[in-house]
Design a protein. Sequence first.
Length: 74
Amino acid sequence: MPTLKLSGAHLVSFAGAKSHCALYGMSSAVERFGRELERFDAKGGTIRFSADKPLPAALVTRLVKARTAEIEAG
C-alpha cells in the first residue's frame, strides 16, 4: 500500500480494491470533516469511496493539509 510520510510520520496511505478506493490514516480528519464525508464510507481512520464517485480534490487537499498540521504540531 503506497504511503506518504512527512518528517518520518505517516501522513496518508491509499489503495484501490475491486469495489472501492480508500485513504487510510485519517482518523482525526474523519472526525473533523465528518459532515463533508457523510456521503462516503468514513469510519475510524479510513475513508472509502468508489471510482465513479471520488472524493473531491479540494476535500482531499483539506484532509491532507489538516493531517500535515497535526504532524507538524507534534
